[in-house]
Design a protein around this ligand. Sequence first.
Ligand SMILES: [Zn+2]
Length: 264
Amino acid sequence: MDSLLFNLRIYRQKVNEGEVPQYYVENSHPAIISSDVFDMVQEEIKQRKTMKNRHSSAGIFSSKIICGECGGLYGSKVWHSTSKYRRVIFQCNNKFKGVDKCKTPHVTEDDIKKLFVTAVNKLISNKDEVLENFEVIKHTLFDVTTLEAEYLQMKNEMTVVAELIQKCVNENAQTKLDQEEYKNRYEGLVSRFEAAKARFNEISEHQQTIKVRRERVEAFLAALKEQDVLVTEFDERLWHTLVDTVTVFSEENIQFTFKDGSKF
Ligand SMILES: [Zn+2]
């Protein structure tokens, strides 16, 4: 995004009550912040939001455990909270809701930690194959060519329409236009600008999502590449970097999905 679009703002200025509202397009100021800085700030805000959940008690587990029956997240429950048998378990949030209660079992923190070790070791043992497979799909997975083209197209459309609005406003100030006609022309241009801006924002958000996903997968691949020995115990760093979700189907069938999409 460049400086022009950052500062492009249409605002209403009260000239005369009851007349056609006058809008001006403000686009002459230099960039306040560059687009890279903007992206980074946005990313940080998002991350802080997720961090809050991550570090809440049991948050690191409940945000990734999914019920194989309803597809919903598992939530944490404290059992025997006041006695020495106190422990945290995870179960489907729909376990006690409605008529169709999920029959998927609860899991304990220890269960997850043990299963993590097994699944991660399978991943490490299949490392070469996992890395090769990813190399094949990588290009199509993060392809943004079409998005980028539309991004530029919308950006151009906004610039063009902003100029037309400015021209329309100037013309009305200088010559005596038919006010009804002017109003229609003006409003038509404003809706055209707004439509382009809405689509532009949508594309930017989509691009951002792909960028974040890509960064996550790259972090996953880097961590996997350097992991040469099998793990012997739960590792929170690897849990965050490698594991996408854990799906509980039954007591015997609990599946790990890693950040590249591979399942063990
Ligand atoms: Zn469920």
